[in-house]
Design a protein around this ligand. Structure first.
Ligand code: M6R
Length: 619
């Protein structure tokens, strides 16, 4: 969603525009539909903004260069109020003289009332955005206070909703003021220069020292200082931390797309998520959990809330959590959970799963769960993001930055973290599976190498994908943990290749979806291990026979050595044997590779599919 960058350098410096443009390029992965910058120059505040990709803004800046400056803000916008046009792009200027410029991420919910008040006072608006209301209010507050920080404090007191705001004023050179509520903002600490960003990627090329800004806080940066106050005006200090990945990690590393790079990083994502989770005796230790062992022992129900791919990770988790812990587990889309009346109490553990930690639907579900008295635990990939901060406890995945809009390595890391949680709870509560935790951990330790083997054997999958570039519809079937894998395979194809794709539980086939099968219809089938309980393998093999008999083209993902599928498969994609519950860590990979390759063959932008944002920070 919107990307925000702020920079203040030494006064003799004129790099501000370059720093901000570089930051915006690094934040492109968040998704956007227009971009703009504002610079504080000797002559006032100059800005430029354009609808479309950053290239449009760059071209405009080349045609009409802005004066040198050492202070700048930059923005990539994902439209909410008002179409993605030049006028609605940020920054927005405030005041009759336009001396103030402001950028915004989020939604100001009470903007209508505020706008009417300003209109009645004769203010003329140039855009349809909620943001311009904040710009006009801030310009007025600055006229009263002549202090940008004080003015910001006055304005945020009047705003409702979610927002990160950054502002500069012509009469306050060398200063950028930011504010955040329910929306991300981090501070980058340099030497004689300081930065603000939606996330650390915005300034990672310049510094790896960062400060986490708390909820409802205002930060003022100058070249030599970063000062933080709460919305009530009391001074505070953010939490300083060192970013343990560098600029290279946020770039493509030699791969043609971020998504391909991230698919190849999956063995590491799983391995790193497993790192440091056991003590000398092999017992699981989850230091980050801030919920007491007693409270966790008393949990009677687990509810997983998430969206999109993260929700599919939750569906995989349900099978594992219930099996290992015997605690009933529900999985619910966060936006559905939030607006019903869920039956939860102080013995419910609500687990949110989110790569970005900023998904507004998931955040609202977490807050709702907290209000209802549940314990909230976040599984998240992004340090310092909002959802873990709003949760009682956090279990971080260590997948590294995920830049491509389509989630890949974060999915496998989320599933891995869910396994850790399940095994930890099983160990804590005793029972049948407490003793098995160590053997499952041993098997998990071998999984990264198995994922690598799958990645290394994807030649035929790529060929199939290229061959199928003109396909109009693909179906995906799975059973047990293979069902969410089928859903994830379909989601990947929809979002990347814009092809009609649907995932089904294989057992559901005969209840309706089998009517879709006609000669030539491609169907991926995620086959359970022959060692699965309850004869599931045989049942899925029967499903393959049923659809093949009706003309389906069967693309079968099956374990090495599974010969039963051979007579009914048009194509067999082999994956290494794993125990049934861990299989999604290997069976998902061919479906990711297939979707990426097919989209590439269609000439589509794999990293930034149309209409999608990496981080969905509005409900
Ligand atoms: O950052 P989150 O994990 O909370 O994001 C949730 C979904 O928006 C995300 O997984 C989305 O479905 C991806 N584009 C799927 O590839």
């Amino acid at each position: 969603m919107c990307g925000i960058v702020g920079y203040v350098g030494p006064s003799a410096d004129s790099r501000a525009l370059d720093v901000v443009m570089e930051g915006l390029a690094r934040l492109e992965y968040r998704g956007y539909d227009s971009a703009g910058v504002a610079l504080v120059t000797e002559d006032g505040v100059s800005s430029e903004k354009r609808a479309g990709k950053l290239g449009n803004l760059r071209a405009a800046l080349e045609e009409q260069p802005l004066p040198d400056a050492s202070t700048a803000i930059g923005h990539t916008r994902w439209a909410t109020h008002g179409a993605p046009t030049d006028e609605n792009a940020h920054p927005h200027h405030g005041g009759e003289d336009g001396k103030l410029a402001l950028i915004h991420n989020g939604i100001i919910e009470n903007f209508h009332a505020l706008k009417n008040e300003l209109l009645a006072d004769g203010v003329v608006f140039r855009s349809e955005t909620d943001t311009e209301v904040a710009a006009q209010l801030l310009a007025r507050a600055y006229d009263d206070t002549a202090d940008l920080t004080l003015a910001m404090l006055q304005v945020v007191a009047r705003l409702e909703g979610a927002f990160t705001l950054l502002a500069v004023h012509a009469d306050a050179p060398g200063v950028v003021v930011g504010a955040r509520r329910n929306s991300p903002l981090v501070v980058g600490i340099g030497e004689g220069e300081n930065f603000l960003g939606s996330d650390v990627a915005a300034f990672i090329g310049h510094t790896r020292e960062a400060v986490e800004l708390g909820q409802d806080e205002v930060v003022t940066i100058t070249p030599d200082s970063a000062t933080i106050v709460r919305f009530d005006g009391t001074p505070t200090e953010g939490k300083a931390y060192h970013v343990d990945w560098d600029a290279a990690a946020a770039e493509k590393g030699g791969y043609p797309t971020f998504m391909q790079k991230e698919i190849h990083e999956q063995p590491h994502a799983v391995q790193d998520t497993l790192l440091g989770r056991t003590d000398d005796e092999g017992r699981l230790v989850l230091d980050e959990l801030r919920i007491s062992e007693d409270d966790l022992r008393q949990v009677t129900k687990i509810v997983i809330v998430a969206c999109g791919t993260a929700a599919y990770a939750g569906m995989v988790a349900k099978y594992a959590l219930e099996h290992w812990t015997r605690i009933p587990c529900e999985v619910e889309l966060a936006h559905e959970f939030r607006y019903r009346d869920p039956v939860i109490d102080g013995h419910t553990l609500v687990v949110s799963i989110s790569q970005s930690g900023e998904t507004m639907d998931t955040l609202m579900a977490v807050k709702h769960a907290g209000d209802l008295g549940a314990h909230t635990l976040s599984i998240c990939n992004t340090h310092g993001s909002t959802i873990p901060r709003e949760s009682d406890a956090v279990l971080y995945t260590h997948a590294g930055p995920e830049i491509a809009v389509a989630s890949t390595k974060a999915f496998l890391a989320q599933i891995t973290a869910c396994y850790l949680l399940g095994l930890y709870l099983a160990q804590l509560r005793g029972g049948t599976y407490a003793d098995e935790a160590q053997s499952v951990m041993k098997e998990l330790a071998e999984v990264p190498e198995k994922i690598q083997r799958v990645i290394d054997s994807m030649g035929r999958v790529r060929e199939i994908a290229r061959f199928m570039a003109d396909t109009r519809s693909v179906l995906f079937l799975g059973r047990h943990v293979g069902y969410p894998v089928a859903l994830e395979g379909a989601l990947k194809l929809k979002e990347l290749a814009y092809i009609h794709a649907e995932g089904f539980a294989a057992g559901e086939l005969k209840h309706g979806p089998i009517a879709l099968i006609e000669p030539g219809q491609p169907v991926f089938i995620v086959v359970p291990s022959p060692s699965s309980e309850h004869g599931l393998h045989g049942k899925v093999v029967s499903n393959i026979q049923e659809i093949r008999a009706r003309g389906a083209r069967t693309l079968v993902i099956a374990e090495e050595g599974d010969e039963a599928v051979v007579p009914f498969a048009d194509e067999i994609i082999r994956v290494p044997a794993t125990s049934a519950l861990l299989a999604p860590l290997v069976t998902t990979v061919p479906l990711q590779v297939f979707a990426a390759e097919l989209a590439t063959a269609k000439g589509l932008d794999v990293d930034q599919p149309r209409n999608l944002a990496k981080s969905v920070t509005v409900e």
